[in-house]
Design a protein around this ligand. Structure first.
Ligand code: PGA
Length: 264
């Protein structure tokens, strides 16, 4: 995804829907996408782990022309083996194109930079794109403080990958995508200011491994706010959006798609 590519939207369905509902929503989105000329490759959907295979097979079997990507919401920090309940990154090959890592809703359950970095390493080995979420915690912080917080988080992730001998060069050539998701903006109805997102993008792209990494914004995006984030140039470029609540309804998702110019 380069700066000139069309914006990319990732629908993060979290644990909101049962697998049957996820398949039905994916079907409705694909049908609307065909009718509204959704740009091929501009949308990725992240269903729950249990809905992943069914959604992926529906989209590939019946709507391949839209090239809707499929994203896992997490993966294991370990290799395959005797690890009950884990989903190794290598088991996602052929199912998911990318994996969301380090979402704040997982960090809140104890996941730290070391674990996220280990997951990045597993994704690199599996050839699956890591989408690493970074986000500051305090709604009253200054932009400078936010930049420092997310750069610190990034360095923690990098250290976690380095602990498994995946050095900076491997990370920067993995196709890694960064999602800036200020925790106070997620699900709060209070999205970050576009100037804040641009400042954070610039700060992260001053890190050697992220100079050319695509950067997404996520946090209470809707059809009204979406266009304000996407675009820009140089280190402040924002390449797309990670969408939670507004991705659970066909209508609100397509309001965003139209606002950023990837559908009619
Ligand atoms: P939201 O979620 O759009 O509901 O704020 C974004 C996210 O957590 O990815």
């Amino acid at each position: 995804m380069s700066g000139t590519a069309s914006p990319r939207l990732i629908a993060n369905w979290k644990a909101n829907l049962a697998p049957g509902e996820e398949v039905e929503l994916a079907r409705q989105i694909a049908l609307r996408g065909s009718a509204r000329q959704l740009a091929p490759g501009s949308l990725l959907i992240a269903p729950s782990a249990i809905g992943l295979v069914a959604v992926a097979s529906l989209l590939r079997r019946e709507h391949a022309e839209l090239k809707i990507g499929v994203v896992a919401q997490d993966c294991s920090s370990d290799d395959p083996g005797a690890r009950t309940g884990e989903i190794p990154a290598s088991h996602l090959i052929g199912v998911a194109d990318a994996v969301i890592l380090g979402h704040s809703e997982r960090r809140a359950r104890g996941e730290d930079g070391r674990a996220i970095g280990a997951k990045v390493a597993r994704c690199i080995d599996a050839g699956i794109v890591p989408i690493v979420c970074l986000g500051d915690l305090d709604a009253r912080a200054t932009d400078v403080e936010r930049c420092d917080a997310v750069v610190d988080q990034w360095r923690g992730v990098l250290a976690g990958a380095a602990a498994l001998q995946r050095e900076e060069a491997a990370v920067s050539t993995s196709g890694i995508i960064i999602a800036y998701e200020p925790v106070w903006a997620i699900g709060s109805g209070r999205p970050a200011r576009p100037e804040t997102v641009a400042a954070v993008a610039r700060a992260l792209r001053s890190e050697a491994e992220l100079t050319s990494a695509p950067l997404l914004y996520g946090g209470s995006v809707d059809g009204k706010s979406a266009a304000g984030y996407v675009g820009g140039s140089g280190a402040e470029r924002v390449d797309g959006l990670l969408i939670g609540g507004a991705s659970l309804e066909v209508e609100s998702l397509f309001q965003i798609a139209a606002a950023v110019g990837v559908s009619r």
